[in-house]
Design a protein around this ligand. Structure first.
Ligand SMILES: Cc1cc2nc3c(=O)[nH]c(=O)nc-3n(C[C@H](O)[C@H](O)[C@H](O)COP(=O)(O)OP(=O)(O)OC[C@H]3O[C@@H](n4cnc5c(N)ncnc54)[C@H](O)[C@@H]3O)c2cc1C
Length: 493
């Protein structure tokens, strides 16, 4: 009698959305073999996230993809630039909101080798997927997880190649649940979620319409419209032909996902304010609730991304938070698998990342008010406005261990080590480029070298390039001090 072959792999990733793909890239960086299964053949066609924070770009820089993502972002906008907000009876009549100059906001951002990058998720995901495949990653699109069981030494999973119906059994040391907001894995583990209930409901209508002329010289990122026939929000996808219209609806009295294409097309035209040819490509309902899983870990299974937390898109936190989850977990898994760290290290994943999701979820929800979202204080939004925390602070200045942020990055324990340009091995690099694979010890010129491990000292191993930047100005520490930096670039707690 022959036994079916069981494939063994250190990590099984379920879900090939932006978070699962990112987790796979981070695993590759740590040379941890994985299998990724994704039900769909193509990935989601729905344009959702459009803003990738500077910190997220730093994470992609760490896997060599900053340039590729910036290059695809340059192709995303057919005219004008990303940014700006308008409001009115229709897109045609909408007036611009008085916003802070984006260039000035960039200048105030924390020093980084990267910038906030505006690019639809639909263009970023293929870059990640192609890189994974080119680097030999075992990425199985058109495959799905059917069920799984945990044992003390791992997880046994039954997966199916959807086209051939062939079923396979996999044995993984760890399972990453990157299977989205409706995560079946989370449900099977009986993990509940808490949060804030939705106050708005929308039907996301992704459509094509040539509005090049209508928006020339008046491009926007978001345009809120309200008239007697329709209310909702346009999100620009390329400033010319591709758009999302988020049709506001009331689920108690309406079921717009059941409405005909003809009817929805007429509503989109009413929102545009012109009888322009509109081709609906996709529709999907969503709402503004916040949900965070009660725990991110069950034995050898870890939740990440939308499977772990859902939050409204205002402020652009959810995908960025999910990608950072994956980055936080992967080096810990790598160290445990390689025997460098005890399995208890994995408990810090929940401890560090769940408070971030709760905080970002609340911050996203507070931006439900259109003016508050764009930093405009009104009498109506004062209650929300006063609780807003700056986007850059949320994305860049988290302090693990204190469940808080810091006003300035100065190498405080639990924060991302500050960026400065350095010359290292004859090249211009960022301090962040010193980190990645293992713990490293970074110190001032007079700091003693540790007996083992990788150490970098100012002067002998690298020098600061920019005038006025010194070890002391960057870290607030004396020249004989040194710090242990985790592989994720965070100062050890
Ligand atoms: C309108 C809108 C705008 C948004 N804008 C922003 C923004 O500007 N910035 C931001 O940061 N975020 C934004 N978001 C949120 C962002 O899109 C999500 O957070 C992100 O897509 C989550 O990625 P994920 O990989 O966790 O989940 P998903 O993208 O949902 O991927 C999960 C994947 O798992 C697969 N899967 C599920 N079950 C199985 C199974 N059993 N076997 C195999 N595969 C399976 C699914 O097919 C799916 O591809 C927005 C969301 C919406 C709705």
């Amino acid at each position: 009698m022959t036994h079916p072959r069981i494939e063994a792999v250190p990590v099984l990733i379920v879900g090939g959305g932006i978070v699962g793909l990112s987790a796979a890239l981070f695993l590759q960086r740590h040379r941890v073999p994985f299998i990724l299964v994704e039900r769909s053949q193509t990935g989601s066609p729905l344009p959702r996230a459009r803003g990738f924070s500077a910190r997220t770009l730093e994470l992609y820089r760490s896997v060599g993809l900053q340039d590729d993502i910036e290059a695809v972002a340059k192709t995303a906008w057919k005219q004008g630039k990303f940014g700006g907000a308008r409001r009115g009876r229709s897109m045609r009549e909408a007036e611009s909101l008085p916003l802070a100059d984006i260039a000035k906001l960039h200048a105030l951002a924390d020093p980084s080798p990267c910038e906030l990058t505006a690019c639809p998720q639909t263009l970023v995901e293929p870059v990640l997927r192609q890189a994974l495949q080119a680097r030999g990653g075992d990425v199985r699109f058109g495959w799905e997880l059917l069920r799984f069981e945990q044992q003390p030494d791992g997880v046994t999973a039954r997966v199916r190649d959807i086209a051939s119906h062939a079923e396979h059994t996999l044995h993984a040391d760890y399972l990453f649940a990157a299977d989205g907001g409706r995560s079946d894995i989370r449900r099977r583990l009986g993990i509940e979620r808490q949060g804030i209930d939705a106050n708005r409901h929308y039907l996301n209508l992704f459509f094509e319409a040539d509005l090049t002329r209508q928006v020339a010289d008046r491009t926007f990122s978001q345009c809120e419209v309200h008239n007697e026939r329709v209310s909702g929000l346009f999100l620009a996808m390329n400033n010319a032909t591709r758009w999302s219209f988020h049709l506001a609806c009331d689920p108690a009295t309406q079921q717009p996902e059941q409405w005909t294409d003809d009817h929805l097309t007429r509503l989109v035209q009413a929102a545009i304010g012109a009888d322009i040819a509109v081709t609906l490509l996709h529709r999907s309902p969503w709402n503004t609730r916040v949900r965070v899983a009660d725990r991110y870990r069950d034995g050898r299974v870890f939740l990440m991304g939308d499977a772990a937390h859902l939050m409204p898109p205002w402020g652009g936190f959810n995908a960025n938070t999910g990608i950072a989850d994956a980055h936080n977990l992967v080096w810990k898994i790598a160290h445990v698998l390689q025997g460098v760290a005890a399995p208890t290290l994995l408990d810090t994943y929940d401890r560090e990342r769940r408070p971030v999701a709760r905080r970002n979820g609340e911050q996203a929800w507070l931006r439900t008010d259109f003016d508050a979202r764009f930093q405009i204080r009104t009498d109506d939004n004062a209650g929300f406005f006063d609780r807003l925390v700056d986007y850059g602070e949320l994305q860049m200045r988290t302090r693990y261990g204190a469940d808080d942020t810091v006003p300035t990055l100065r190498a405080q324990p639990g924060t991302r080590f500050p960026h400065a340009w350095i010359e290292h091995l004859g090249q211009r690099r960022s301090t962040l480029d010193l980190f990645g694979a293992r713990y490293v010890n970074v110190g001032g010129a007079q700091a003693p070298r540790p007996a083992t491990g990788t150490a970098y000292r100012v002067g002998s191993d690298f020098r600061f390039i920019d005038d006025g930047v010194t070890w002391q100005s960057l870290t607030g520490l004396a020249d004989d001090a040194a710090l242990a930096i985790r592989p994720d670039g965070v100062v050890d707690l």
